[in-house]
Design a protein around this ligand. Sequence first.
Ligand SMILES: Cc1cc2nc3c(=O)[nH]c(=O)nc-3n(C[C@H](O)[C@H](O)[C@H](O)COP(=O)(O)OP(=O)(O)OC[C@H]3O[C@@H](n4cnc5c(N)ncnc54)[C@H](O)[C@@H]3O)c2cc1C
Length: 320
Amino acid sequence: MAVNMPENVQDLVIIGGGPAGLTAGLYASRAGMKTVILEGKSTVSQITVTDSIENYPGIPEVSGFELHDRFRTQAVSFGAYASTDEARSVEKILLGEYEGWKITTEDTILYSLSVIIATGAKWRALGVPGEEQFLGRGVSYCATCDGPFYKKRKVAVVGGGDTAIQEAVFLTKFADKVTVIHRRDKLRAAKILQKRAFANDKIEFEWNSVVQEVEGQDFVTSLRLKNLKNLEQDRKISVDGVFVFIGLDPITDFIKGVVNLDIGGYIIADALMRTSEPGIFACGDCIAKPLRQVITACGDGATAAHEAQLYVDELKGQAY
Ligand SMILES: Cc1cc2nc3c(=O)[nH]c(=O)nc-3n(C[C@H](O)[C@H](O)[C@H](O)COP(=O)(O)OP(=O)(O)OC[C@H]3O[C@@H](n4cnc5c(N)ncnc54)[C@H](O)[C@@H]3O)c2cc1C
């Protein structure tokens, strides 16, 4: 379908308001692009649930929420328009003579010459009986949000990566005992985090174990564990809460079939953040890449915005 190039065509619509999307917004608006950032409603940026970030260069320690707030303030200060609207679909469309994109959101329809997808990822669930039933009543995916409810209680953390171990240490600020349940016999987390966890006498480990069921009445009371090495060691541990940090799934369902995804659903982007579809760029945790951190999300966002700018400049050079 062709539409006359309407006045309200954006140079760039950024889908996602985390470090990747906000950095892209900063670079694009600072470069003079007419930019809209859709921040979404149904999920939040992962950094906003991160208690403390101590590996963002130049800022030795900051809460994730504060860093996010700073990113956002800086992006909008250069003229990017940020909205809490959520993208539902992206569709190729003719804008006058040129190919552009129709972005359907929960509240409106936007037209744009380029799009950056920066929708991040969401926490993976255990998928065991009781998990959904006790969500918000002992089952949590956010230690910063729910940790303070567990003062002097016993909690479990499921996982062995950076996030699980960082959050286990954080939870010892509140809980009397934190049991880390990990499917292997060693942690994947960075050595410095492991060192802190092993030195913390409130933290115990259940190695080679997975959760089979979350049990309780009104609230969680216990977990049934399966030992993957020795079935005779299957057992039940009593806890008041369980925090699940076993990985992430990308938020890319809405873009399936528009750009190429890998087998895990991550968007395939090259080093210039170009996807399989010219005019659509992607950055941050939603793309296939080895390290998902704030600093890499920001770097990706800057590259994506720069490339989007070159793309749009070329389009406009042809257009006008
Ligand atoms: C508990 C925890 C601790 C962490 N600790 C650290 C740390 O210490 N150091 C570090 O560097 N990293 C840390 N990380 C990782 C870091 O938070 C992520 O790598 C980073 O937030 C990724 O940024 P992003 O912009 O790609 O995605 P996100 O921050 O997840 O942002 C995605 C954005 O997209 C929006 N969105 C999703 N779908 C839509 C849609 N359809 N329409 C519009 N908007 C949408 C969301 O609302 C959100 O605003 C941690 C993560 C967690 C969960």
